[in-house]
Design a protein around this ligand. Structure first.
Ligand SMILES: [Zn+2]
Length: 358
């Protein structure tokens, strides 16, 4: 498979593969540097445009160009702000390195997929802030969920206009990305509904269901030939749930330990008491399906991006037992894109041995 991949690569372009991988890595760490700004400012209600220069979150002084070289500035400054000498969080370095590595691996694996590869790079650049913001604040900003849905939809429509065989619309008019998006909403929406019926509290936020909408649509570009769209969505669901089941308890343990070490006062805040009824729960799903958030976002988009909004509280009250699910969906999605086909083939080979199927 690998030989085939390299041979095809050499035919389509003159530049060697390492050139694209290195370019993608440099692009990734540079974008990662901007994503750090997104991760800090979006949940605090700050504008991404103003102030236009980056600033130190500790002393609020503007950073100069030499403080902003991805990866290197962090290392050469010894993890400290040049001006106030306060330590800088490792997250800044990790976000840049992670984005660079993800871009490099995606370019290495999918560069021959052309527009699908570019769409996946853009999509990943939104997944990174979703991962870190959800981990910190237990919410996913609407603007990111709108982007996560718009990127695969635009990619699909471009494919339809250019008459690409993989982007043939259903019944000649309905983009398959919308079908896949509905699939994503239904899979995680039903989990949310079951959780609500079972425990009468929101096991999964609406933001996760909106994230599932975009991920479902994006998976259309990476459908495993052996599993089809349904098989691909199912393996994504299983990988996300699996990641949550394995890493979730560890996270809880770590958080409890940290709470004990830091002797944080026991937070009385639990999940808000839900007095919603089944009708409201179903309405929430319909809201995701009918793009209620997209319309709402477009309506006040000017307000969100250009006007200075009052900074909201810096601390996020978090229930000690709560786990954000968005990061596991991101993990499940990336694993599906890279290994979904292999896993489905392995499962089918196991479930349907050759002696039986042939
Ligand atoms: Zn500082």
């Amino acid at each position: 498979m690998c030989n085939d991949f390299f041979e095809r690569g050499e035919k389509t372009t003159d530049a060697p593969i390492w050139f694209w991988v290195v370019t993608a890595f440099v692009l990734g760490i540079t974008i990662g540097s901007f994503l750090n700004v997104v991760i800090w400012r979006l949940p605090r209600g700050q504008s991404l445009m103003r102030p236009s220069s980056s600033y130190c979150p500790k002393c609020n002084r503007s950073l100069s160009a030499q403080d902003l070289v991805p990866l290197l500035s962090f290392l050469f400054l010894g993890r400290k702000c040049r001006q106030c000498k306060q330590p800088i969080s490792w997250r800044y370095f990790c976000v840049e390195l992670l984005t660079g590595l993800l871009f490099a691996v995606i370019a290495w694996r999918f560069w021959q997929n052309g527009a699908d590869c570019i769409a996946l790079l853009l999509f990943t650049a939104v997944l990174v802030p979703i991962y870190f913001i959800d981990l910190e604040t237990f919410t996913i900003p609407d603007s990111l969920n709108v982007l996560v849905f718009a990127i695969p939809l635009v990619r699909d429509i471009v494919g339809i206009i250019q008459k690409e065989p993989a982007h043939k619309p259903l019944w000649g008019w309905l983009p398959y990305s919308l079908v896949a998006a509905v699939g994503g909403v239904l899979i995680f929406g039903i989990v949310r509904l079951i959780g609500w019926i079972w425990k009468r509290q929101e096991a999964m936020g609406l933001g996760d269901v909106l994230l599932a909408r975009g991920m479902g649509a994006m998976l259309l570009c990476f459908v495993s030939p052996s599993g089809g769209l349904i098989g691909t969505l199912l393996i994504w669901f299983l990988l996300a749930i699996g990641a949550g089941a394995i890493v979730g308890p560890l996270m809880l343990l770590f958080r409890q330990k940290r709470a004990i070490i830091e002797e944080e006062p026991e937070s009385p805040q639990e999940f808000p008491e839900e007095d919603s009824n089944l009708g409201e729960q179903l309405f929430a799903l319909a809201y995701c399906l009918c793009l209620g958030d997209v319309w709402g976002y477009l309506k006040d988009v000017r307000h969100r991006w250009s006007e200075e909004t009052a900074p909201v509280e810096e601390d996020f009250a978090v229930a000690p037992t709560a786990i954000p699910f968005g990061p596991f969906m991101v993990l499940g999605f990336l694993l599906t894109v890279f290994f979904g086909g292999i896993l489905i083939s392995a499962y089918l080979g196991y479930a349907l041995p050759k002696s039986v199927s042939s």
